[in-house]
Write a protein that binds this ligand. Structure first.
Ligand SMILES: Cc1cc2nc3c(=O)[nH]c(=O)nc-3n(C[C@H](O)[C@H](O)[C@H](O)COP(=O)(O)OP(=O)(O)OC[C@H]3O[C@@H](n4cnc5c(N)ncnc54)[C@H](O)[C@@H]3O)c2cc1C
Length: 582
């Protein structure tokens, strides 16, 4: 296995922390699956990482052509059963938990996030159909995706409607009914569709948001009028559906993932089948969006992780300068310079913190019967997506800095990791949209339940950690930070909604830091338990301990400053007029 990937021991540690109740026998199977994913990631995904960046998808008369190595890697992935990893056995799946499935995704994303995007979207698409589709729809459209023969997409965005999905214009006109359900003709343009076309799977199943016109022919306003349709590239009778590839987007990163402007219904209208009832499209699509949001966080963490591993290696190999006060003798490895150690520590704290947070969220997905878990998952999903995307991008930035000028060239992978990671704060809802979701919806609108669950868990962690003398000082710091968050939320609850939301992104940053600090303490407690049971080495625990200390000493103090700005409800930004920027 390539040493720049996530060491399976890291994933095994995280899974044992998050799935503590599992039987020993299960772990043998899970460990073998993690080792297999590391080996396929290393042998089939990593080797074309740079080539798929250089050789972008191209538009040909027959459709989009992508690098054949991507198809070969995904066939290997399918043969190992990974498309089916998280599905129940009756659907042909392996029945693995969400947290194990996301751990597998982390490994493939570290190796090649653009190639890993195809199966990530496909599994989420098939799961949506399996949840809301009819038996016939599941048989026809979900099973071939679970087997890895067909791939899937999500078609939400339009050229004029990105963040604001209520404004989509794609329309669906009823045509009749057949064995696959109510059939419609769709017309409209879908922008930014990842995997929108490619030549490595036999078919592509598009999940398309569209509006069914009202009696007067107008489209229903807002998100309540949106329905969801299954629109395959190739229809069940073998005919091509009326879907034209109007263009390919040429992206900064993630270049191996084709990204298309699709025109549905340029001639007769694209055939699609309604999923469930009309008007439920956004609610249904939220299942796929939430799954993809955690996956985006996992991907961001994985890219940050790989950048950290590469820059750690470089810092030991590159000699430059002498330690302060020394003018003679051989140059030292740059690792010896404290500034480099700062940058390595920050990367470790961000990326292992983000991976812990995202897998913690995945472990909540596995507890659908627990009300507390569902509420906490809903609260933490925007944080897992956004905090990870923002801070693991910073980690990639530091990885470039450690490489000096070499990091700015295409000879090293760190610049590509940065470009790839830049997307993660944009797609699946931008940082600004996630911040408004966290504060506006999850905290202010949905009532105090989820927030109270978080408070209970943070305080339980503090109670356990305060018995541990090695964590002295950090439990108090976490308690203080959480109190500041609670005080700020109370202030925001007492003011007008728009005023409260003016500084939502800064609130998300502060809340995210506090949540990650909490989960860092949880990781330390788990690491110490693992060491006492002989599952991890003392070196592993010391590494975690050092990164946790960095986070508490250098990152957590920022929370107080950010929250002071949020609580003061400054109008420095919201009050700015366009003239003041001229
Ligand atoms: C490479 C790539 C892959 C993608 N893949 C897919 C895909 O597979 N399927 C799909 O459907 N879509 C996909 N998208 C679309 C993606 O989800 C959108 O780009 C994203 O939702 C933002 O929409 P937009 O680009 O129209 O930006 P806009 O919505 O125009 O936003 C521009 C800026 O304004 C801010 N903004 C907008 N509204 C508000 C508001 N109400 N409050 C505060 N700030 C606001 C945003 O935060 C952002 O900073 C992809 C995008 C990219 C770039």
């Amino acid at each position: 296995m390539d040493s720049s990937l996530i060491p399976p021991d890291e994933l095994k540690f995280l899974l044992r922390w998050l799935e503590a109740g599992r039987a020993d026998d299960d772990w043998d199977t899970i460990d073998a699956i993690l080792d297999l994913s590391a080996s396929i990631a290393s042998d089939a995904f990593l080797p074309h990482y740079k080539e798929s960046d250089r050789t972008e998808p191209t538009l040909t008369p027959t459709g989009v052509h992508i690098l054949p190595a991507i198809g070969a890697a995904l066939r290997e992935y399918a043969n190992a059963g990974f498309f089916a990893a998280g599905f129940d056995e009756q659907l042909g799946g392996l029945g693995l938990s969400a947290v194990v499935t996301y751990a597998i995704l982390a490994q493939f994303s570290a190796a090649n996030i653009a190639t890993a995007a195809y199966p990530m979207l496909t599994a989420a698409n098939a799961r949506l159909i399996a949840t809301f589709g009819s038996a016939a729809q599941i048989e026809q459209f979900a099973l071939p995706q679970i087997a890895g023969h067909w791939f899937g997409t999500m078609c939400l965005s339009e050229p004029q409607a990105g963040s604001s999905l209520g404004d989509i214009l794609t329309r669906a006109t009823a045509e009749g009914k057949d064995t696959l359900g109510e059939r419609f003709r769709l017309t409209g343009n879908k922008m930014w569709i990842s995997g929108g076309d490619q030549d490595v799977s036999d078919n592509i199943i598009h999940l398309v948001l569209a509006k069914i016109p009202q009696a007067d022919g107008s489209l229903p306003p807002g998100t309540k009028g949106i329905s969801l349709f299954i629109v395959p590239k190739v229809l069940p009778d073998g005919q091509r559906n009326d879907i034209a590839i109007a263009g390919l987007n040429h992206k900064m990163g993630y270049r191996g993932t084709s990204n298309c402007l699709l025109n549905f219904g340029e001639t007769i209208g694209a055939t699609g089948w309604l999923i469930g009832e009309p008007g439920k499209g956004i609610a249904q699509m939220f299942q796929m969006m939430n799954e993809a949001r955690i996956a985006v966080g996992v991907g961001a963490a994985a890219l940050g992780f790989r950048g950290h591993r590469i820059s750690l290696c470089y810092a030991q190999e590159r000699s430059q300068g002498r330690l302060a006060g020394g003018h003679t003798g051989l140059p030292v490895a740059i690792f010896e310079h404290p500034d480099i150690k700062w940058m390595l520590l920050a990367q470790k704290a961000y990326t292992e913190g983000a991976l812990g947070l995202c897998l913690y969220c995945a472990s909540l997905v596995d507890r659908p019967q627990e009300t507390d878990a569902g509420a906490l998952l809903s609260l933490l999903t925007p944080v897992a997506k956004t905090w990870s995307a923002e801070y693991c991008l910073k980690a990639n930035d530091l990885a470039i800095q450690i490489h000096g000028g070499y990091g700015y060239t295409r000879d090293f992978d760190v610049e590509q990791l940065y470009r790839d990671n830049r997307l993660n704060a944009i797609h699946e809802g931008t940082t600004g949209i996630q911040a408004a979701d966290l504060l506006g919806r999850k905290i202010l609108r949905d009532g105090p339940f989820a927030f109270d669950v978080a408070t209970t868990r943070v305080m339980a962690c503090v109670a356990e950690a305060s018995k541990n003398s090695r964590l002295a000082g950090r439990t108090e710091a976490l308690t203080d930070a959480w109190r500041s968050v609670v005080d700020t939320v109370n202030v925001l609850r007492s003011v007008e909604r728009q005023t409260a939301l003016d500084n939502a992104t800064m609130f998300l940053r502060a809340f995210g830091h506090t949540i990650v600090a909490w989960l860092w303490i949880e990781q330390i407690l788990a690491a110490e338990r693992a060491e006492s049971e002989g599952r991890v080495s003392a070196r592993f625990v010391h590494g975690k301990e050092r990164a946790c200390r960095y986070f508490f000493d250098c990152e957590l103090p920022k929370v107080r400053v950010w929250l002071a700005v949020v609580s003061a409800m400054t109008d420095v930004a919201s009050g700015a007029s366009i003239d003041e920027f001229c």
